[in-house]
Design a binder for this molecule. Structure first.
Ligand code: UDP
Ligand code: MG
Length: 329
């Protein structure tokens, strides 16, 4: 088996026929300038256009380009995990294919890594290429998750980063099926530094993330990395009970002073409606967690690979086996 390459670039792609060749052409000179020993691993995340054909041609033209074809669209988080399970480099860099992660930065990241850092984050020093709405919601999301999660998740950091092979090995040990990679990346720790950059706009094609997908990703992040939404109901319940006792004392006192109190439909119905609303909300939050427990307990494989393209005859490590539940032994 060949020595591991110095650098592995991991690139999830979904309907990206227009961008893949541009990406390879743009990044190759930067990689060659650092070291000629690198690999690019594309993960075809169930694309419906000719992405797979473009990847085959790219792998045939350049032996350092490989691709994994997933059995369907799993979403970027899972596609990235599939890639991380299959790279062999001594340093690994996940990137978007649309050149929004500028390849100029790789040299600076590699320099920090050679200085002894295990993780080099690419931190966006300015988000002006995003819409005002995306900027505002991103800021709100980082504020909320910072308050609620015990794992500090760095703001304005995407998946673009350099990771030492040790960090990637640690990531492979995270068996969860509900994946929020930014959080998992932050959770592993290791010696971390960052380099700043300004994020450019996409070179070609369209964004694959709409508002709904981003909202779900944010919810996933909060629920996967915090139990605060569950615990808050203890306090809501206690506060409601305390207020109810006060109100009860007031009602009893008033009845004793002014006699039997029959009217009260308005206050009764308001209290019933308010508390039913609170109870249903609390149940819904519990449901979010139970649904995730259910998904984890089923222990289904995180992804399925249809085909490996251009693997240079090198055996690749299979994805981590599903945990048995309850744990054996
Ligand atoms: N992507 C993916 N699977 C998906 C959605 C996106 O692999 O279901 C890839 C996409 O091809 C790109 C990267 O994730 O390489 C980032 O997507 P995009 O540029 O659309 O996101 P944005 O930059 O708009 O947040
Ligand atoms: Mg993009």
């Amino acid at each position: 088996m060949a020595d591991p390459p110095l650098l592995s670039i991991v690139v999830p792609v979904f309907n990206e026929e227009a961008t893949i060749d541009l990406f390879i052409a743009a990044i190759t000179p930067f990689l060659d300038a650092i070291d000629r020993d690198w690999e690019i691993v594309f993960i075809n995340d169930g694309s419906r256009d000719s992405t797979l054909k473009v990847l085959r041609a790219a792998a045939a033209a350049e032996p350092r380009v490989r691709a994994l074809d997933l059995s369907r669209n799993y979403g970027k988080e899972v596609a990235l995990s599939a890639g991380l399970d299959h790279v062999r480099g001594r340093a690994v860099i996940p990137m978007d294919v649309d050149l929004q992660d500028p390849p100029e930065l790789i040299a600076a990241m590699v320099a920090q890594w050679r200085d002894g850092f295990d993780v080099v984050l690419a931190q966006r020093s300015d988000r002006s290429s995003d819409t005002a709405l995306k900027r505002g919601t991103a800021r709100l999301f980082y504020r909320i998750i910072d308050r609620m999660s015990d794992t500090p998740i760095p703001a304005d950091v995407g998946d673009y980063r350099l990771m030492d092979a040790r960090v990637v090995a640690a990531l492979r040990a995270y068996p969860e099926r509900m994946r929020f990679m930014k959080g998992i990346f932050a959770h592993v720790g290791f010696r971390t530094t960052s380099v700043d950059y300004v994020r450019p706009a996409r070179v070609a094609g369209d964004t694959k993330f709409n508002g709904r997908k981003l909202f779900n990703l944010a919810l996933e992040g909060i629920i996967s990395f915090s139990t605060a939404p569950l615990k808050i109901w203890t306090y809501v319940g206690l506060a409601a009970a305390a207020l109810s006792v006060l109100y009860l004392i007031f009602v009893i006192a008033r009845t004793m002073i002014t006699g039997v109190d029959v009217p009260g439909y308005a206050s009764l119905i308001s209290v019933i409606l308010l508390f039913n609303g609170l109870i249903l909300t609390g149940l819904g939050v519990q449901g979010e967690y139970i649904a995730r427990i259910f998904a984890e307990v089923k222990g289904r494989p995180l992804y399925l690979i249809r085909e490996e393209i251009g693997a240079r005859g090198v055996s690749v490590s299979p994805p981590a086996p599903a945990r048995s539940f309850p744990p054996a032994g």
